[in-house]
Design a protein around this ligand. Structure first.
Ligand SMILES: Nc1ncnc2c1ncn2[C@@H]1O[C@H](COP(=O)(O)OP(=O)(O)OP(=O)(O)O)[C@@H](O)[C@H]1O
Ligand SMILES: Nc1ncnc2c1ncn2[C@@H]1O[C@H](COP(=O)(O)OP(=O)(O)OP(=O)(O)O)[C@@H](O)[C@H]1O
Ligand SMILES: [Mg+2]
Ligand SMILES: [Mg+2]
Lengths: 253, 253
């Protein structure tokens, strides 16, 4: 069955987009069919894959406004085995616009129904908030993978995310946290080691063995419009996301 | 006259909170009377100053719901010369709740009116979005200081922020961008130098001379509930925010 995964975390800058894009690319390299969905008005996922967010015709915005038509019309092929539903900068106003629609949290789930069998993985990149876009991602998903920067503010924010996931389970009972991935880890510094330790104590088996190290190549890749796998295949970032893809693939939810 | 400054940027994790907290503390050290306002449901500013966001009685949430009463009831003293209006985790639902109120973007401006003469600076820490909280910050502010991480996604997002500021000028004609501060700068790496260069070419004189270097001590300080000025007064982070405070203080808007 298709695994639909939301890379959710309301804390900003914890590598949601970087994880969605590069985990997706690493899963494609393992032969999986993957759909990425950009659900953030910043459209960083769209940008990071080399597209211009200002030029997109059919986007997640239109998908949410026409949920009953299915999302197929907005799917673009990025490369062998990798598809994307892009975002548009104009989406910023959509949250307030959708706020009044009936079933406003279930629009994405409805739109994805006709697509599921085409993919092994659907990865969703939400914005840094717990608003309507993130709720749509959590309702549409079967699993949540939480990218977690090993810093104080990020760690403190996880309780709020867990609270929101509990509430969403009323609309989506099968939703589970399938993993927490430590990002921007720098084991040379004490803070990183201490916070990673606290994360492993709090989440136990849910924390992936694989950690994503701080690696400047990951921050350079978006300028090229390529995933880290294509931009710098032997970099620490590429090796880490490949290892994460392997670990995720083996741990069937 | 009081300078009311919004530390706005919808990109997540660019050091909005870190800049609001530590710039505020550095201005207090220069003898200025400062009010900080936590306008983010993550309540990181509240947390970073040593308060428990789950225990706050009078917060920005109540201020927005009772704008006509003035914000004075929610002001807490943090230390000599530094006051805070804290946030609460419960605020996450407030954005949708306030969406239907008349004058919903002007609530904070109205609530701050009775307080202005008490302070030299009022610094506002918004969430990573362009929603109602950030709009309230921009309408209430006389200036915007943009914390800007020297990375690709952050640089690409600035155009959208400038667009929003232009729209807000209809409600707040005196609103100006008074500065852009480069954050998490690491001049040893090429990406950081290239992006900083692009920022200086785009914004010219608006970019502060002072840059904030990547400095792990800044990420450690929130665990102590102290500003960097108190936690590690001789660290690179403390020196940088003190220099920024001096530069801001001299550049009357
Ligand atoms: N492991 C890493 N090493 C170095 N830089 C990284 C790493 N992961 C991400 N980055 C960079 O850090 C910044 C934040 O990452 P990213 O934008 O993916 O986070 P996000 O959670 O999606 O942010 P937002 O909350 O704004 O959506 C980006 O500029 C990205 O290129
Ligand atoms: N100069 C710096 N050097 C090292 N770490 C930093 C620096 N500035 C901020 N940080 C750390 O980086 C993380 C992001 O900073 P911060 O939370 O202040 O950003 P923000 O823009 O307020 O994020 P959000 O978008 O979630 O509100 C925090 O963990 C913070 O401690
Ligand atoms: Mg992102
Ligand atoms: Mg913040």
């Amino acid at each position: 069955p298709t695994r639909t995964i939301a890379l959710a975390n309301q804390k900003g800058g914890v590598a949601k987009t970087t994880t969605c894009l590069n985990l997706g690319a690493a899963l494609v390299k393992r032969g999986r069919r993957v759909l990425l969905i950009d659900l953030d008005p910043q459209a960083n996922l769209t940008l990071g894959l080399g597209l211009d967010p200002y030029q997109q015709q059919a986007t997640t915005y239109e998908v949410l406004l026409n949920a009953d038509k299915g999302a197929g019309f907005a799917v673009q092929s990025i490369g062998e085995g990798l598809d994307l539903i892009p975002a548009t900068i104009d989406m910023a106003a959509a949250e307030l616009e959708l706020a009044g629609k009936i079933g406003r949290e279930t629009l994405l789930r409805e739109a994805l129904t006709p697509l599921r069998d085409r993919y092994d993985y659907i990865l969703i990149d939400p914005p840094p908030s717990l608003g309507l876009f993130t709720l749509n991602a959590l309702v549409a998903a079967s699993e949540v993978v939480i990218p977690l920067q090993v810093h104080v503010y990020a760690l403190k924010g996880v309780a709020q995310l867990q609270q929101t996931i509990k509430l969403v389970q009323k609309l989506n009972p099968s939703l589970q946290i399938s993993g927490v991935v430590c990002t921007m880890v720098d084991r040379r510094n004490n803070l990183s080691r201490v916070v990673e330790q606290q994360i492993r104590e709090t989440f136990g088996q849910l924390v992936f063995e694989t950690i994503i190290p701080t690696n400047i190549t990951l921050a350079e890749a978006p300028a090229s419009g390529q995933s880290i796998i294509d931009y710098a295949p032997t970099s620490a970032g590429a090796l880490a996301y490949s290892a994460l893809a392997e670990e995720l693939d083996h741990a069937q939810a």
